[in-house]
Design a protein around this ligand. Structure first.
Ligand SMILES: Cc1cc2nc3c(=O)[nH]c(=O)nc-3n(C[C@H](O)[C@H](O)[C@H](O)COP(=O)(O)OP(=O)(O)OC[C@H]3O[C@@H](n4cnc5c(N)ncnc54)[C@H](O)[C@@H]3O)c2cc1C
Length: 476
């Protein structure tokens, strides 16, 4: 840092006001990984009120050579949103976006919405619903995760099968660049072939190339009818056959095709109060299937029933949700997986995707490899099966975890074993959670040098001093 930290802090305070600059112990929630896995250190946390304050803060930090860490709801799965302990020699200024919270405009005719980056994903969904439209990106942390953070991580979630990732739902961005200038790219066009599509640079960049202050998003007609079923397929192969059958029969009405294994369901039912098993008999695999469209609920439910009848021996049991409350109950089970696993022990979450046809082979090989390394593990599996995106979770009971002589080495050996299988099967080792701090080794190992060099060239061009979220996404 080129000048006294106190000088910088004082200057930042004049931009945001005394009430919106946080220092010392009060920074704890902002510098701590949400699962409590590690905590770093920040020079201070600032909460700007608008884009111009963000630009002024960034300019000042650049002038002082101070690192900048953009922060949304701090729900990152990869440690991207908090400083890492090793960076304590140069603690960053955290720019927390929670005060940029305006729904700027909703255009029902154009099916688009313009929002400040600090609006939560749930607030955007609600603003869209108020004009009978749908913001289609949905995931477990949507009540806390912000739109800016979801764009910066290109969040996926449960609606990708039908509506795509966040990337597919972004029309335009407003970004404060690392030199303090503002790119006003809040387009609302469906077609714009005027050279490089610059917004794509910032989507999924995890705050390493600029700070997103506002977003324009695609909206969709809001479905009026919903039908859901909880289904036990005979095997993982049969689950895939049922996916193909449902897609063939229901086309664009298929909204979600989620999967949980028995262990995952058990963890949820044991540790999350108020939930009960949708089927009377336990099954090795459970599918949550959701259809939605603008027909009527009875018609849609009949369609789902027809598919399940046609499925014949592919399935052993099924329960159709008969009302809205039951649909919500099914979704509550699905969105409680993190809570259930967290209470079951120390967990290591894999976020991988492989070509659909290889999902059964991946699960069998990865589970066997992990059990060979540590027979005591439990292996809940949950995933967005329709996208080939599986979260294999390795849970080690607390007692066993504490008895391990080098637990971190064991976790790394497991990572290496699972990612080798993913690579062999032509998959990806980070399907929707991003890289953050936790997957730098894999970036180095599995990205080609051509790709890494291209990324480094882009980073050096936009952020020559390397001040934006240093130590994240790109290995040193
Ligand atoms: C219970 C739970 C369930 C989840 N389920 C899913 C799921 O199903 N699918 C999925 O894809 N993800 C899932 N996630 C991860 C989720 O997508 C991300 O945590 C979320 O999108 C990040 O939003 P955030 O506002 O919390 O960002 P943060 O966690 O605060 O930040 C994430 C990254 O984005 C950067 N960033 C934040 N805001 C900005 C900004 N305005 N401009 C530039 N950079 C910024 C940060 O520097 C950091 O690198 C889940 C997370 C949890 C906790």
């Amino acid at each position: 840092m080129s000048t006294e930290p106190r000088t910088l802090i004082q200057a930042l305070r004049t931009i945001v006001g005394t009430d919106h600059l946080i220092e010392g112990d009060d920074t704890t929630p902002y510098v701590t990984e949400w699962r409590g896995r590690f905590r770093g250190d920040a020079l201070c946390v600032v909460k700007p009120a608008d884009r111009d304050q963000v630009a002024a803060i960034v300019s000042l930090c650049v002038q002082h050579g101070a690192p900048v860490l953009p922060q949304g709801g701090n729900t990152s799965m990869c440690g991207g949103s908090v400083p890492y302990p090793a960076e304590q020699a140069r603690p960053p200024v955290i720019i927390n976006l929670s005060r940029l919270r305006r729904i700027r405009q909703v255009d029902a005719l154009n099916n688009s919405i313009e929002v400040d980056a600090g609006c939560t994903v749930a607030e955007v969904q609600a603003a869209a619903a108020a004009v009978e439209r749908l913001y289609a990106v949905s995931f477990g942390a949507e009540g806390s995760a912000q739109i800016g953070g979801s764009v910066a991580t290109n969040a996926g979630g449960t609606g990708v099968l039908r509506y795509g990732n966040t990337r597919d739902n972004v029309l335009g961005l407003e970004v404060v660049l690392p030199d303090g200038s503002v790119w006003e790219g809040l387009r609302t066009l469906r077609k714009d072939n005027t050279g490089y599509d610059l917004k794509q640079l910032f989507i999924g960049a995890e705050g390493t190339l600029g700070l997103i202050t506002a977003v324009t998003l695609k909206l969709h007609p809001r479905p009026t009818a919903q039908a859901m079923a909880w289904v036990a397929p005979r095997s993982l192969e049969d689950a895939l056959a049922l996916l193909a059958l449902t897609q063939g029969h229901c086309g664009a009405s298929l909204n979600a095709f989620e999967i949980l294994n028995h262990t995952q369901l058990e963890h949820v039912l044991t540790h999350v109060p108020g939930l009960r098993a949708p089927l009377t008999q336990p099954a090795p695999w459970n599918l949550l299937i959701e259809l939605s469209d603008r027909s009527d609920a009875a018609q849609l439910q009949a369609k789902l029933e027809q598919v399940l009848t046609q499925a014949g021996e592919l399935i052993t049991d099924a329960a159709l949700a008969s009302n809205q409350a039951q649909c919500e109950q099914f979704w509550r089970i699905r969105s409680s997986v993190s809570e259930g696993n967290k209470k079951s022990g120390m967990s290591l979450v894999f976020d991988v995707a492989v070509p659909l046809v290889r999902v059964p082979q991946f699960i069998a090989q990865a589970e066997a490899a992990v059990r060979l390394l540590c027979p005591e593990v439990r292996v809940p599996v949950v995933g967005h099966l329709g996208d080939g995106n599986m979260h294999l979770v390795i849970v080690i009971g607390w007692a066993h975890w504490q008895s391990l002589s080098d637990p971190q080495a064991l976790l790394q050996t497991m990572r290496d074993a699972v990612y080798a299988i993913v690579a062999e099967l032509g998959g990806t080792w980070s399907a929707e959670h991003g890289i953050g701090r936790m997957l730098l080794k894999e970036m180095q190992q599995y990205k080609s040098s051509v790709e890494l060099n291209l990324m480094r060239t882009i980073k050096a061009t936009l952020d020559p001093q390397g001040l934006f979220n240093p130590g994240k996404v790109l290995p040193a």
